[in-house]
Design a protein around this ligand. Structure first.
Ligand code: AMP
Length: 512
């Protein structure tokens, strides 16, 4: 197996790699680096997020840059602003000792600042396709001296509808000098067509999906009725030793409802979905990275490229529409040999999808037991013990205890005192269920309600608003078409009848 030292990298790059604590190249890097650091060639790398694919192309382009040439030499196209910022950030870290900096360009912000950065002599531009086309049309980006164009997450760019923009950009690149590298998690028809049209004899490497599921991820599924999911999720969070996690939902409605529900229950939660503007997304991401927020509820698209260290849990509130997204999602936990949990909530009718997932990922997904009230109680009170012991100011409270308190305490053992305190702190654990059966039934109904309206469902047909498309009727039809397409693709891959039954969540009508 090759190491970074075998790759003949410049000392500056080696130092940057060692600053990042990359000890060994990842499997995609082992395969791609010798090719991309060699003679110019077109290239296809089939690898998902989390495999280290960014560094697999960032390292060679940093070595390629001619510092004397102040025009755009490298163009990297990515599906989202988050990924643009993240890829640019990684390039800057790897290029820091060579004085190489990249410029991220994306929609939703003014052009002026981006123009200024490009004009200052940007050699590497990382951008979303729509904004890159705008800059090309305004002639603020010129591609005459381009050495390499990289399509990152090509499948995602296609599924987000960037085909025309990609073709416009690729057609504008002078073919004779520039090489094209395409990275994608999957090689679907649209991506294949782009590769066939624009790449010349590309060298190809592929990382098997099974290689990207770290053995340190524990995958569990929980059978849950749609109406019970929110409640079960809380139980899973409450019984985790530590929960710093992502919760994936299919639609932005569900993301909003669920994050409100969790926040009203006292969790430190925030959300990411396509309706949020750039500033509020960045605020959310900062809060999550700084751990002021420990739960981030998000859609797949909004979370694209989200790379946060030490995530302990990824929860699939619903199984993703494209089952391959499952791998993307859960790859966000258990990084760098750490342990992580991937928990999936699934309605009884779609239990069989677990078998499909096990087949696709060639891994084991065990059925988890929903924690009992007693288990939750034990966990909650054990978590409280350290705080209980850390109460340095209790003497002040003691001074306030009058004769009545003293008399009341005199008849109690210390365990009874603690037990009363715990009952007051967590009444929900200790309430006698049988005595309050009727009201409990009512409250379980209200668990699925936020501010008087029901929690959006991930079942088909119940989420009618789409994240990307504003028109209601159009949404429904667009979402339906999308669900059918996903079904056909998935059905065909698994030898099932096209358009056959699918997971309710996967087939939900809202788009991501
Ligand atoms: P990516 O698949 O490019 O999104 O990378 C996923 C994560 O792996 C990022 O946080 C990288 O910084 C990290 N990474 C990339 N290459 C290596 C490596 N050789 N060793 C350890 N971590 C790496």
């Amino acid at each position: 197996m090759i190491s970074f030292a075998d790759l003949n990298l410049s000392p500056e790059l080696q130092k940057a790699i060692s600053d990042l604590n990359y000890e060994q190249p990842t499997p995609i890097q082992i395969q791609a680096l010798p090719i991309l650091l060699g003679d110019p060639t077109d290239f296809v790398g089939l690898a998902a997020t989390g495999t280290g694919k960014t560094a697999a192309f960032a390292i060679p382009i940093i070595e390629q840059i001619d510092p004397e040439n102040k025009s755009v030499q490298i163009l990297i196209l990515v599906p989202t602003r988050e990924l643009a910022l993240q890829v640019a950030g990684q390039i800057d870290l790897l290029g820091k000792y060579k004085g190489i900096k990249s410029v991220a360009i994306y929609g939703g912000v003014e052009y002026a600042e981006q123009n200024r950065k490009i004009q200052q002599g940007a050699t590497i531009v990382v951008g979303t396709p729509g904004r890159v086309v705008d800059h090309l049309q305004k002639k603020s980006i010129k591609l005459e001296n381009l050495k390499t164009v990289i399509l990152d997450e090509a499948d995602e760019m296609m599924s987000m509808g960037f085909r025309d923009e990609l073709e416009t950009i690729l057609a504008a690149i002078p073919r004779k000098n520039a090489q094209t590298w395409l990275f994608s998690a999957t090689m679907e028809k649209d991506v294949r067509r782009v590769a066939d049209t624009y790449l010349r004899n590309p060298k190809q490497v592929q990382i098997n999906k099974t290689d990207v599921i770290p053995s340190t991820i524990k995958q569990l599924y929980y059978i849950a009725r749609e109406s019970d999911k929110a409640e079960i999720l809380c139980k899973l969070i409450d019984t985790a030793d530590h929960f710093y996690g992502l919760i994936f939902c299919q639609t932005k409605n569900l993301v909003s409802d669920l994050s409100l529900y969790l926040s009203e229950r006292g969790y430190r939660v925030d959300s990411l979905h396509g309706d949020k503007d750039q500033e509020s997304r960045e605020r959310t991401m900062r809060a999550f990275r700084e751990r002021r927020v420990s739960i981030l509820v998000c859609t797949d698209v909004a979370s694209r490229g989200l790379d946060v260290k030490d995530i302990t849990h990824v929860v699939n509130y619903s199984i993703p529409r494209e089952l391959e997204s499952y791998i993307h999602r859960i790859g966000r936990t258990a990084r760098s040999g750490k342990a992580g949990f991937a928990l999936s909530l699934i309605t009884p009718a779609y239990r069989r999808l677990i078998l499909d997932l096990e087949k696709i990922t060639n891994s084991r997904i065990e059925e988890g037991q929903i924690p009992t009230r007693k288990e939750i109680g034990v966990k909650k009170i054990s978590k409280l013990l350290t705080t209980f012991q850390d109460q340095d100011d209790f003497v002040r409270a003691q001074l306030l205890l009058d004769e009545n308190w003293k008399k009341a305490l005199a008849g109690l053992t210390s365990e009874e005192v603690a037990a009363r305190f715990l009952t007051m702190t967590y009444p929900e654990i200790f309430i006698d269920k049988t005595a309050t059966q009727n009201s409990a039934r009512r409250s379980s109904l209200s668990d699925n309600q936020v501010a008087g309206r029901p929690l959006a469902s991930s079942e088909p047909g119940e989420n009618r608003r789409s994240e990307e498309r504003p028109d209601r009727r159009g949404n429904l039809r667009a979402g339906y078409r999308e669900a059918k397409r996903a079904d056909r693709k998935y059905g065909a891959r698994n030898g099932r009848r096209a358009g056959g039954p699918s997971d309710g969540s996967r087939g939900s009508f809202g788009s991501r």
